[in-house]
Design a protein around this ligand. Structure first.
Ligand code: NDP
Length: 309
């Protein structure tokens, strides 16, 4: 079941007449997005104590990649307060003159949250914050001081790696299917790592989890898209992972990927990426509103939206 929130397009901006403070998520496709339910639930809760927020509303738009520059200009001219960007816009927007990227987002090479400024947009990235807080919430794991195996070398993995290194993880091993993409990411991260041990490997799903074998207490974070389909292969075999350990999968739909199913069968504490979605959204709404944001209302809304699918 899709969300009851309408999907708007670029053409709808020509007749846009919403009188309040507008926020929106832009993606292509966008029909999977449950951000409107999550953000509007928070705004409804915030309006109970601050009437200012009663006139705030969050919309969703399907914007083709080639239309993004024109769309950003129109959203700005119409007075939108803030935007979220999802696939494929996070990386495209990074290079646009309409977006002034914050130094933190510049390290990641992608922006997911735009805040209106006088002449354009300030581009933030709240995914790393979302990951760090999701891990704390679900697995009681702090990135600071943690030994981490990060799976993937795409956009999500890069954001996660930057967050791990900036928060002072104890060590970071990155595993990726394609060696070339892995090597590119390792080279980009090397200056940020400083003295933190940073290694890469190509996972051997039939063999040991990594070489050298990671210490007990290691946290495995899946930032690959392996697991979106039930027939996808395991991105890594957890059976030789020393215990205790933890597994976090950024994927939340399906709620249990093959990796999470293996973690459950091995008795390893694990969680899916729903909490990351919530906390990146919390940070985005804090940036737009400058107010304190009700996390519980947002979490309840995404759980309800996922159950309705
Ligand atoms: P990208 O397309 O940029 O990267 C995909 C990564 O997955 C690459 O490292 C790729 O490896 C790897 N991969 C793809 N298929 C397989 C496979 N069959 N086996 C092993 N590895 C594979 O995607 P993103 O980085 O943008 O997103 C990655 C995941 O993170 C997605 O599932 C997305 O839904 C999730 N995500 C969740 C968020 C949340 O809020 N919970 C936020 C952002 C992302 P290779 O280099 O070899 O091609």
């Amino acid at each position: 079941m899709t969300s009851p929130e309408p999907i708007y397009t670029l053409a709808d901006l020509d007749t846009w007449s919403f009188p309040g403070t507008a926020l929106a998520v832009l993606g292509h496709p966008i029909k999977h997005s449950i951000s409107p339910q999550m953000q509007n639930a928070a705004l409804a809760q915030m309006a109970l104590s601050d009437p200012r927020f009663a006139s705030w509303k969050y919309f969703r738009f399907d914007i083709a990649p080639e239309d993004l520059p024109a769309a950003l200009k129109k959203f700005h001219a119409l007075g939108f307060k803030g935007l979220n960007l999802t696939v494929p816009h996070k990386i495209i927007a990074f290079g646009l003159p309409e977006v002034a990227v914050t130094p933190a987002a510049a390290l990641i090479g992608a922006v997911n949250t735009l805040l209106r400024t006088e002449h354009g947009w300030a581009g933030h990235n709240t995914d790393g914050y979302g990951l760090a807080n999701g891990l704390k919430e679900n697995l009681h794991h702090d990135l600071h001081g943690a030994d981490i195996i990060l799976l993937g070398a795409g956009g999500a993995a890069r954001g996660a790696a930057v967050e791990c290194l900036q928060r002072g993880c104890a060590s970071l091993q990155i595993a990726n299917r394609s060696r070339a993409n892995l090597d590119t990411l390792l080279a980009q991260l090397a200056p940020l790592a400083g003295k933190i041990p940073l290694h890469g490997f190509t996972p051997n799903v039939a063999g040991s989890v990594s070489d050298p074998v990671p210490p007990s207490g290691t946290l495995v974070i899946n930032a690959t898209s392996a697991g979106l389909k039930p027939t996808d292969p395991l991105p890594i075999d957890l059976s030789s992972l020393p215990r205790p350990a933890g597994v976090y999968d950024m994927i939340y739909n399906p709620p249990e990927t093959p990796l999470l199913a293996q973690a459950r069968s091995l008795g390893i504490p694990s969680a899916n990426g729903l909490s990351m979605l919530v906390h990146q959204g919390v940070r985005a709404l804090e940036i737009w509103s400058g107010a304190s944001v009700p996390v519980d209302a947002m979490r309840d809304a995404v759980v309800k939206a996922m159950a309705a699918r």
